[in-house]
Design a protein around this ligand. Structure first.
Ligand code: ADP
Length: 794
């Protein structure tokens, strides 16, 4: 404990010690005030107070120098600032006005000394009646004055020993001085006729301090620290013992003991009180913190429970939503399957009949209408499905290569028809040459355009619908095409513009609400995003709207790759080196027919494939259920199998499993043809070992592509390039007429052309007039120029 204190004090000291006192401090020391201060035989300052200040100076690193002199002199020297400190000055309020004091380092009580001979008759209160000797300017002087002893009874000496000697010689009546000092003087000077009278004067004690000139707080602080250190290290006790042990036979006065013990007890009590208060407050703090923590834990537990509950509720809601979603998906899948199956028949036959050259033009037109209506119906079914798929985030793109012009003109034909049914003009305009073949998800692109155009027609009761498109940016492999649909319809209020892309949002005139679902634009918008584009709209209420988007596509430059959408394939060849050729070549060098097995429980579906594949030169074998499929596969060894997924008794995947068990059929391509629209079925089929998966209704070009891929065959075309229009006869068109028409067409003078046609009707063929009128309606005057060009040079 002691050493810790020492350390602490030393640290405090280190922070300030020595600084500011580089020169030695001058310490005044009394000439003759033993044992407190005296001059020894070598003429040096000595005594109790000298040892004290030396010890303090040492621990505080202060240099000191002594100036010895009588009390009066050194006291006034300190007042004048000639010396820096006095180590032994009893504290009083008056002195405090003049000096600055450290804490008391030693406390003594004064006592009355008398001659032994007077002891019996010395009055109890001698102070007013007897003559007293005191040291001049000493504390005792102040004391006797303060208790009212008349001046004439006070006698002064310069030092305390002198006072005692005077008393011993029989002069005056008593002396007042510190008790310890008096006893010491009696002993030192052998003044045995003197004695202390009574105990120490309780009311009058001397608190000896170090005193410095006023305003030197730093020095006071240093001295105080030094005193604390020497007390803590035991040095102080050592000094005290050295000077007072032998001369204080009575030991430390009781009052002092009481006082110090009292102080110690007080200190202890204070400490205990503080400790108790501290521990109480600590206890309270701990209790408060414990309570807070408990509250916190409770709150956390409650929050956790609430969270758990919310989680359970969310999970339950999610489960319910999943179940509902699943039920919806099952319903949609079933419904779509049921609708797609008959549609497959309608569309398939429409495609087959369309390729039949023996039909008349009119029949072809009718078939095309059947096909278009079928496709429209299919689009509707798909829309509903797409919404559910988009909601589930499961829409994927399937890009194929196709002829853009064919694609666009089919759409144009459909909308020309729809617009004319409503008495609207439909205008198509391409503002730049278009790429011949692009790679895109044809179905989705059609869906986007059909939707925008349907809306334009639906929300317009007079005027026109204009479909414009053209290339806006080009690089080697990619082309960015802008599609724009404008109408002169009811328009959309500005406040509604941000609503229309939200699902189920219908705005404006109520009468149109029943004609739609409010899903079209939402679907279109999402599909466009999926293709990497954006859908924009500008509209003025009552005047019309413009919707447009810009989409980027791969341009297919190699003509042959886009072969599948035209109708000119007439058959195929098997490359000589292909494995198929080797397998098909019989011993006598002939090539066997390529065999395709079609497994489907619905006759119509089989018929579509049979009628499509047979004219191309395949031998098609049919099986109307799974079992028959396995048996026929085993016996006939087909080169490729098309198989339905959902069949009674045995599903397509079960058939597949059986087939894969037959060694010769382990690697044969098996293509699942299904009306199912779910990616899960596609995924399951592929992981079960089928080679590919195509959707019903079967797209002819997709089928051709798959056949080429999996059989390694090469298609034979009747002729390359775009499908040609039936030749238009220029018969009856003179060079002059051709020139006029060409000029009008070059100028884009549509009205001029139509007027001039009336004149031409007399000479040229009706089919020529009809075609020119059609192109004029479509504003495709370039085609007119191209058609009549040969006549210009004739
Ligand atoms: P709907 O099935 O009603 O056509 P859409 O999602 O396609 O649904 O369109 C949402 C709404 O946006 C329509 O109900 C209509 O109020 C408005 N809208 C869409 N296209 C047009 C247009 N060309 N002219 C005016 N309003 C349109």
């Amino acid at each position: 404990m002691k050493s810790i204190l020492t350390l602490l004090l030393a640290v405090t000291w280190l922070a300030s010690a020595g600084k500011g006192f580089p020169a030695p401090l001058i310490v005044g020391s009394e000439l003759d005030f033993p044992p407190f201060a005296l001059q020894n035989s070598q003429g040096e300052a000595d005594g109790y107070s000298v040892d004290l200040i030396k010890a303090v100076a040492e621990v505080m690193g202060l240099a000191i120098k002594f100036r010895i002199g009588p009390w009066q002199e050194i006291r006034s020297a300190l007042e004048r600032g000639e010396i820096d400190l006095l180590p032994l000055v009893a504290y009083s309020k008056e002195r405090d006005q003049v000096f600055d004091f450290t804490v008391p380092h030693t406390t003594f009580h004064d006592a009355i000394f008398i001659r032994r001979a007077d002891a019996s008759k010395f009055p109890l209160n001698p102070l007013n009646t007897k003559e007293v000797i005191v040291m001049q300017a000493d504390f005792s002087h102040d004391y006797v004055t303060s208790i009212g002893i008349p001046k004439e009874r006070i006698f002064f000496t310069k030092t305390n020993p002198e006072a005692m000697r005077l008393l011993a010689s029989g002069q005056h009546d008593y002396v007042i001085m510190p008790k310890l000092m008096g006893l010491l003087i009696i002993k030192a000077f052998n003044l045995s006729n003197l004695q202390a009278f009574g105990g120490p004067i309780e009311a009058y004690q001397r608190d000896f301090c170090f005193a410095v000139t006023q305003g030197n707080a730093k020095l006071i602080a240093l001295l105080n620290d030094g005193l604390s250190i020497i007390k803590a290290t035991g040095k102080y006790d050592e000094i005290y013992k050295k000077w007072f042990d032998i001369v204080d036979p009575h030991g430390i006065p009781l009052a002092m003991v009481v006082r110090y013990v009292g102080m110690a007890v007080l200190l202890l009590l204070t400490f205990l009180g503080a400790a108790f208060a501290w521990s109480f407050s600590l206890k309270r703090q701990v209790a408060q913190r414990t309570y807070d923590l408990q509250q916190e834990i409770l709150e956390r537990q409650q929050a956790q429970a609430a969270l758990q509950k919310a989680k359970e509720l969310a999970e339950q809601a999610q489960q319910e939503a999943d179940q509902a979603n699943h039920a919806k998906s099952v319903f949609l899948a079933t419904m779509s399957h049921e609708l797609r199956t008959p549609l497959n028949g309608i569309l398939g036959y429409a495609q087959i009949l369309n390729a039949d050259n023996s039909l008349t033009h009119h029949q072809h037109d009718s078939i095309r209408v059947i096909r278009r209506c079928g496709e429209y119906l299919l689009t509707l079914i798909n829309d509903i499905l797409d919404i559910s798929k988009i909601e589930a985030g499961r829409v994927e793109l399937y890009p194929v290569e196709f002829y853009l012009e064919n694609f666009i003109s089919e759409i144009n034909e459909l909308f020309k028809m729809r617009a004319s049914q409503k008495g609207l003009t439909f205008l198509y305009e391409s503002f730049s040459p278009l790429p011949v073949v692009i790679r895109a998800d044809e179905k989705r692109l059609r869906q986007i355009l059909l939707n925008l155009l349907s809306n334009a027609v639906k929300f317009t009761s007079q005027g026109q619908v204009t479909f414009k498109m053209g290339v806006v940016a080009n690089n080697e492999a990619m082309t960015k095409i802008r599609f724009q649909v404008a109408d002169t319809g009811i328009g959309i209020a500005e406040a509604d513009l941000n609503k229309i892309f939200q699902p189920f949002q219908q705005v404006g005139d109520f009468k149109y609400y029943s004609e739609g679902t409010g899903l079209g634009l939402s679907l279109t918008h999402r599909l466009i995003s999926l293709m990497g584009g954006q859908l924009w709209v500008e509209s003025t209420l009552g005047k019309g709207s413009v919707f447009w988007t810009e989409l980027e596509f791969h341009v297919v430059t190699e003509r042959g790759t886009a072969q599948f959408s035209n109708k000119e394939i007439r058959g195929f060849t098997i490359p000589v080196n292909s494995p198929l050729c080797k397998r098909k070549t019989t011993l006598d060098g002939k090539l066997e027919k390529c065999k395709i097995l079609v497994v489907d429980d619905i006759e119509n579906n089989r018929a579509v494939l049979v009628n499509f594949l047979t004219p191309l030169g395949f031998e098609v074998i049919e099986a109307n259920d799974g079992q028959e499929g396995v048996a026929k596969a085993y016996h006939c060894h087909p080169d490729l199998i098309f198989m339905d997924l959902r069949m009674p008794m045995m599903s397509g995947l079960e058939v597949l499993q059986q087939i894969r068990k037959i060694q010769e059929l382990q690697t044969i391509p098996v293509i699942i043809v299904s009306a199912s629209v779910f990616d899960k079925h596609r995924h399951d089929s592929l992981s079960a070992g089928c080679t590919d998966f195509i959707e019903k209704p079967v797209d002819k070009s997709m089928l051709l592509e798959r056949l080429q891929t999996y059989l390694g065959i090469e298609w034979i075309y009747q002729e390359w390039g775009l499908p040609t229009e039936p030749a238009i006869s220029l018969e009856g068109l003179s060079h002059q007429q051709a020139k006029i028409l060409h000029e009008l067409a070059e100028m884009g003078d549509v009205i001029g052309i139509l007027k001039y046609l009336e004149e031409l009707e007399k000479t040229v063929t009706p089919s020529f007039i009809e075609k020119i009128r059609q192109w004029t309606d479509e504003l495709d005057t370039q085609k007119i120029c191209k058609l009549i060009e040969p006549k210009l040079h004739s």
